[in-house]
Ligand binder design. Sequence first.
Ligand SMILES: Cc1cc2nc3c(=O)[nH]c(=O)nc-3n(C[C@H](O)[C@H](O)[C@H](O)COP(=O)(O)OP(=O)(O)OC[C@H]3O[C@@H](n4cnc5c(N)ncnc54)[C@H](O)[C@@H]3O)c2cc1C
Length: 623
Amino acid sequence: LCPPTLVDGSAFALQAYDYVIIGSGPGGMTLATRLSEVPSISVAVLEAGDLHVPDQNVTTPGNEINVLLPSRSSIHAGFDSRVVFQPEYDWMRGTIPTSFTAGRSIPAPRGKLVGGSSATNGMAWSRASKEEYAAFDRLNNGTGEWTWDTLLPYWKRVENVEANTTSVPIQNQNTSEGLFGFGGPVNVSLNKVYPDSIPPFLQSIQLMDPPMALNTAPMSGNTFGAWNTFIAVDEETGKRNYPAVSYYCPNANRSNLHVLTGAQATKILFEKNSSGLTATAVDFTSQNATFRVNATKEIILSAGVINTPQILELSGVGNSRLLQSLGIDALLDLPGVGENLQEHFYIGSTWEIHSNITTLDALNDPKILLQQEDIFNSTGGGLLSATSSILGYFSHSMLFDNETVQKLRALFNKSLSKLDPSAFTPLAKAQHEIQREWLANGTVPELEMIQLNQGFVNFERTGNKSYISTNFGIQHTISRGSIHINTTDPFASPAIDARYLTTDYDVQVLVEALRWNRRLAAISPLADIIIEQTGPAPNLNTDEELIKFIRETFTVGSHIIGTAAMAPPELQGVVDTKLKVYGTNNLRIMDISVFPMELATHPQATVFAMSERLADIIKAEIQ
Ligand SMILES: Cc1cc2nc3c(=O)[nH]c(=O)nc-3n(C[C@H](O)[C@H](O)[C@H](O)COP(=O)(O)OP(=O)(O)OC[C@H]3O[C@@H](n4cnc5c(N)ncnc54)[C@H](O)[C@@H]3O)c2cc1C
């Protein structure tokens, strides 16, 4: 049970609030809840979507199963997601099609409901390596404010770990008190159900040359190896845990926390004075009418990596040349707004396996789906409780022979040197130097492997066949994209010029990953359960053939970051280390767009922890 949100925009706009937060994802809702712990301050949240509590489409893990599919009508078949890329729950954004993506618009799903994209995501709960957070710090002049060590107490504050670590495919997983939290709002657990295709897969990866190691402490800052991922799921009920149920519902009755849903912010208003711009109000639409809500202390933009740069630009904050070309009064020239877009691109391999092994493909059979819905609703278990839990992170030398490692290193440098330097921001150039070091030292993961117990690429949807797949994603790409408005209409999607697969290096890493998969499939005991590879087709072998396959079928992690990056002004950063927008007195950004660099991880846990830490920063400033 959850108290309802406010829905009447006119009543909401009559009041002024100390803090007005735009967006209720892990960035916005975590902050709103923590700030409203101080009874003397009032906090208002504007959320464009609705409150979906209760809603089985959201809370049943299996309903999200196909997050990785590029398009529901593409060559990929599968068990359609009930939330991702569904207009009731999603902003339905997509990239500009290019020849690099074989003419496809690549979906950029984003949750549009209380809880944001954490309500529609794959639930994986992980942290990146210490060295990657150190890059956050390095890019911000080494102030020591945003590191793995400064985030650890906040991860622990968010988490309520309740994982059963005994009947799992990788034993002895570390859940020690030094690393985890046990009293926080977000329930973190491990899968309860593991298809029988997992043990042969795990055995064969350890027989590869070089062998894949298993990692039983992947949350310790060393993420190398394969592991069984934690998930943001309630162990007892098997249901997704996300900011609506973890942060909003238990605190919804606070008299100083006001959450208005169905309310889309369209513009932030500023007053100009000698110390810079002061954000004073937000324009928003609710039930087809337009309103303005005043903020007396601060406005915090938490609209996510796509809509945050859009709202900044609509409000006159961004690259002044772009704003002027659209007739927008440029209040602040911040050329980094909307730039530095980074994402993880993945390529899938699928094999049909013997049908006596039950995989998640069984859910394609409507009768089995109904049975599993009953099982899930009565026990919180069954196939619908299972996520793709076996994953891992690797440097090139952990997967490939020395010749390939050297080839990829050389290609990184060659690809960079071929590019027009003016196409990159100073921040991107600084990131590339860090990436060059990481490649040379092999100390940071370059690829993620996700194992899926279902068909994923070119498989038939018969319901009586079983498949196993892997999905390999490049973690630190050379390419950088952008998100900018091309109209002053706040209801139009901004243009997402993602530039995926525009450099030879980014593509070749995925080619090598496909070849690694071919080698894996020949190793018993995995080889013994495989009938045939269904994607990529066995006759695709040359680089050229595999690159065509990659462009036609690659998917993304939905881990876009960086479009309002935390970085110094000389690198064209947008926010400082207190997440305040340069040139403003009181506009902050708290969402994933502030990540200064892509992390080799599933990012939601870091967004929650950063928001928890920002709440402490703001509370300290109030006193
Ligand atoms: C399909 C998918 C799968 C993913 N899988 C995983 C995973 O398994 N593990 C993981 O760690 N991460 C995953 N992620 C990423 C993770 O969910 C996001 O990184 C995280 O939710 C980002 O949080 P945020 O607060 O920055 O933004 P969001 O969660 O996107 O929240 C932004 C909120 O702002 C609202 N909003 C936007 N514009 C406006 C406006 N103009 N007015 C009012 N409200 C507005 C939105 O409706 C939304 O509620 C996935 C993401 C997606 C989309």
